[in-house]
Design a protein around this ligand. Sequence first.
Ligand SMILES: [Zn+2]
Length: 192
Amino acid sequence: MADVYEKHWSTGGAGVPSAESPDEAVYLLGRNALLTIKPLLWCRRHGIDRLALAVLEANPFTDATPEFFDRFSGAMALAGVGDVTIERPFAGLDKRAVMERGRRLPLELTFSCIAPVAQRHCGRCNKCTERNAAFRLAGLPDPTDYADPTAQRVNDRRLRSRRRRDASEQVLERHASAPPSVPRLAPLASRH
Ligand SMILES: [Zn+2]
């Protein structure tokens, strides 16, 4: 993709979205169209009529919507490619639910880093942090061989601050449910 994206974080350029980056920072122009078209043509050439993509529920981008895939399939049919149904079996699941489903699978063989270091997960980027957080949320040990374990440190920090927040919220809730305490005043000395 370097011929189209040129100098871009996804092709080895600077500015790889980090753990602190917002979701929009990882958006890639035309990502799902690009990811879909070659496999779709391959399916068509091999007599396969269904193609599945693991788009998740929380994907905020317009090229992950049912409308996009419906229209994309329609455009492919118009282009003479023929009918290949695009399925999204994980569309109603979040990352935690997907991890639960894969609990007994060799998840260490999956790859999700957007800035690999010598074919290893970098451990620093937005997706490495998200990956590590998903293992934690599912209560699974993270078997990933990170080049730099920053993802784990960031998630440790988040976990600690979340625990602190939960603890202070519990204190506030206790105060809110307790009856207001009225300080008892000593009776005034009677005047003579
Ligand atoms: Zn990474």
